[in-house]
Every structure is written in C-alpha cells, then in structure tokens.
Design a protein around this ligand. Sequence first.
Ligand code: ZN
Ligand code: MN
Length: 477
Amino acid sequence: MLIPTIGLEIHVELKTKTKMFCRCLNDPNETHPNVNVCSICLGHPGTLPVINKEAVLKIIKIGLALGGEVNQITYFDRKSYFYPDLPKGYQISQYEKPLIKGGLLKGIRIRRIHLEEDTGRLLHELPSNEFLTLKGKYSYVDFNRAGVPLMELVTEPDIKNAEEAVEFAKELQLILRYLEVSDADMEKGQMRLEANVSLNMGTKVELKNINSFKALHDAIEYEIKRQKEVLARKEKVIQETRGWDDKKGITRSQRSKESAHDYRYFPEPDLPPLDLRFLDLEQIKREIPELPEEKRKRFVQEFGLEKSLIEILVEDRKRANFFEEAASELKNLNQKTDYVLLVNYFTSDLRGLMLEKKLSFDDLKITPENFAHLIFLIEKGELSSRLAKDLIKKMVETGEDPESIIKNEGLKLISEEKELEKIVEEIVLENPQSVNDYKKGKINALQFLVGKGMQKTKGQADPEKLKEIILKKINQS
Ligand code: ZN
Ligand code: MN
C-alpha cells in the first residue's frame, strides 16, 4: 500500500502601502508598466534596502492567528539565482531564521512562515508563424511587482490527499482575508500554490504552475497516479519540478530540482537583524478578529442554521457581519424569530441583487436594521414574498426603510376579505376554463388562478387568503 505524503508551499502578496524594501507604491491595480519603480527595487548597485515595518507586523499577525511562534531574533538572507525579472541576481528572503516557526491549520502542521520580496513580471509575446520577422519574438519585463512584500508559508508533509490540500489552501485564503493582510486573489497571482508529492516518504516531486484550487486538486491526483505507475514499472521517481498543464490535465517535467545549497543562502549584509523581543505580541493578538472556524461554531450555536448556509455567510467577513447585525435586530423585534427566513432572503434575494449590480458591502445603501425590519414584516404576514422582493430592490436603490417605502408607494398587502372577493369574482369570470379544470381534478389550475390574482394586484394580495377565497368561490359555483 503506497501512502501519499503531500506538503504545500504557498506564496501570498501582502497588502501594504509600499514595497518591501523601498517606498515605491505597492499597487496591484497599476496597469501601466514600470511606474512604481526606483533604484532600490530595480536592483541598482550601491542602493540600500530598508525593511517595511508594516509587512513584518502583518506576517507576525498571520503567524499568531495560525498558532505559530515568533522568532525573537530574525534576519533576512540572500537567495542567489538568476532570472530576467530579478534584476539584483538574488532575492532577499529568509532561510535560517524565518519570522514564524510552527503553527497549525485544519490539522496540518505549519513548518514556517517567512517574508521575502516578489519578482517582476515577464510578458511574452505570442509566438507568430511569420517566418523571419521579429513579431512574436519579444518578451517584456514589468518591475511594478518587483519588491512587493511576499509571504511564504511551508507546511509539514501532513497532507494525505488532494481534498485535504484544497481545504487547507482555501481556509488559509479565508483567514488572510479576515486578517485583511491580502486579497489573496489567485486569478491575479496574489496567492500562488505549489505542492510537493511523494509516496511512502520517498522521492519528492514539486508541482508548479497551479493557478486555481481545482488545478491544485487535479495536479496532486494526477501526480499520485503517475508516481504509482512509475513504481509499478519498477522504475525510480526522479526528484524534479513538474509543471501542471491545465488544458491537458497532466504534469510535465520542467527541470531537475535544485537543492538549498544551489542558492548559496547567506545573511543579507545590507540589512540588520530584527530584534523582536520588545514587540508587544499581546497587542497584535488583540487585533486579530474572530476567525472563520470560531465564527462557524458560534453561528451553529446561535442561529441553528445548516452547514451550507453558514458557509455562505462565513466565506466573506463583511457578509457575516451584516447578517449578524440584522439577526440581532430581528431578535429585538421578534423574540421567537427563527433565522431561516432572514438567511434565505439574505443569501438569495439580497446577494442576487448585489451580484447583479456589482455592489460590495461597503457601497450597500440598505442597512442591517432596515433589512431586519423587512423580514419582520414578512414574519408578521404583512408582506407577500412578491412584495418583499420589490421592496428589497427599492431599499437597495434608495437606502430607505421599508415602512416609508410601503407608505409612499402604497405597497400594502391586501388581506381584507371584501376586497379580495371582488378580485376573485373577476378572476373566476375571466378564466372559466381553469375553474372547470380544477373541478375535474387538475390541482395545478388553482395555482394558476392564484397567480392571476397576484398579477391583478401587482403582488399585493395575500396569497394564502386569496387561495382560500378562490376555493370557496369555486365550491359555491
Ligand atoms: Zn522601489
Ligand atoms: Mn519563496
């Protein structure tokens, strides 16, 4: 029985005002190439780097949130390698003394978390078929990203399958977003995953070029299968780096793996060691918000909702906060409330509108209080679901409270018997066929007639009462 052993190496660009060792802006949205650059991040000889305190504090916050230990004395190392987007010929990284050692997430031990700088970005022209022209033969380099603070997290090889690897990476992404240290958007390259895979603790193969959680999953599965086949043929697994080909769904050899000594790590002579003994770690701990796992547990206890609904709430901290504020307001209005109605309108109607109008919680006009009030009106039976939908739309547009919209637009639910009877008389006269159908046993015809009534009243009829009166009317005729 061959047991897979998997470790992850995850790089994440930090959200900071400036770059890691200079005062250039760290702006991931800058589209014009080579504007956020200076002699330091362009690697000119003779320039001196200065450590970005904000980046150091963010790594420490991440480390503490993941249960790691802060190395009190830590320093940077030079990692030498050549690449066209690395103009210095080395990357300032950490080797012997990472900022954070240890930690645990989803049962997977974290080995270390360190801080380093990102490289620039290469843009390759698409190859052209035009023979003997230069078109499609150039590559360009953009240094806006060079020197951006980069976190590197390395796990112990505790992961046993592709699902666990994805679960770990997703939870890490969520925590980084909760901590507001990175947007960790994989499509924008802000979070990059690498996995190393071996069987029975044998030769390790490193997987690169993984651009999504699905790619991580598929690459690991493919690699486990490939290595099993290699061993079944009585061949040896070669220690190498393999790139994931998303289109073909295979990994292919890129290069034989270099070892640490190839990089000739040595302490960065241009930077002093960091003495963190006097850092107030308790203060940093206090700044850590409630993390997703605690939130899930609390939401289960407080709201008694099913797991999938809670996951929708927790996967976005602002969404969770909005929901929670609305929930506590609703509790004030109605002690006996169950939160299912709230969560349903929140995750379907409101979220749908937000997606449609591309709204974030920051530019949302509707307040949690008003949203709770709306749900309360539905609970009291003063609004049909159809009316509620219209109201939410108006509330999102104007930010007004539901009561005043109801008053101004005359959106009251019609539940008075006399008024409804008049409407039902019309419906029955206009739809004799459906009335007959129902009498012949076609139950659907009743729903059709109720629908007609809702249409006639623009959604303002109380559907339950309407149904009752239609039945009464049909049975009389
Ligand atoms: Zn710079
Ligand atoms: Mn690295």
